[in-house]
Design a protein. Structure first.
Length: 145
């Protein structure tokens, strides 16, 4: 091994140890070098394990909110829209009577607009999210009495 490559290998080994990296690989044309370390990666994982347990305890203490009536939840992750377009009125408002299959709102996901329909006949008692708000999978959106 020529002196320049040897110096590069030692510099990479030092950097891997300094940054607690498990593996460094460099390839340039026909030349490639891979350096792996084992002990520091195990130590890093052991130290990081207790932190999530402490953070999870307050979340478990929260009670999920319950609603009277049928809850319409988000079937996918995306952006909630109350109207078909920004310059149009909302599709439904609190107090409106809806029928099964009627479009309640739209969720945009990956540039696709997905109509969310009413699962039953009834009256809108609550709208739980704001127009333009990011919603998560199974997040309650609208309550129908």
């Amino acid at each position: 091994m020529d002196k320049e490559l040897q110096e590069l290998a030692f510099a990479l080994m030092d950097k891997a140890a300094e940054k607690n990296l498990a593996k460094i690989a460099i390839q340039n044309g026909d030349f490639s070098i891979t350096i792996e370390t084992h002990a520091p990666a195990v130590q890093t994982v052991a130290v990081a394990a207790p932190a999530p347990q402490a953070a999870a305890q307050p979340a478990e203490a929260e009670e999920p909110e319950t609603y009277e009536g049928t809850v319409v939840s988000a079937p996918l992750v995306g952006t909630f829209y109350a109207a078909n377009a920004p310059d149009q009125p909302p599709l439904v408002s609190v107090g409106d009577t809806v029928t099964r299959g009627q479009t309640l709102c739209i969720i945009e996901a990956m540039k696709t607009m997905n109509s969310i329909e009413s699962p039953c006949d009834g009256k809108i008692s609550r709208i739980l999210v704001q127009d333009g708000e990011l919603v998560e999978f199974h997040q309650p959106l609208i309550v129908i009495e």
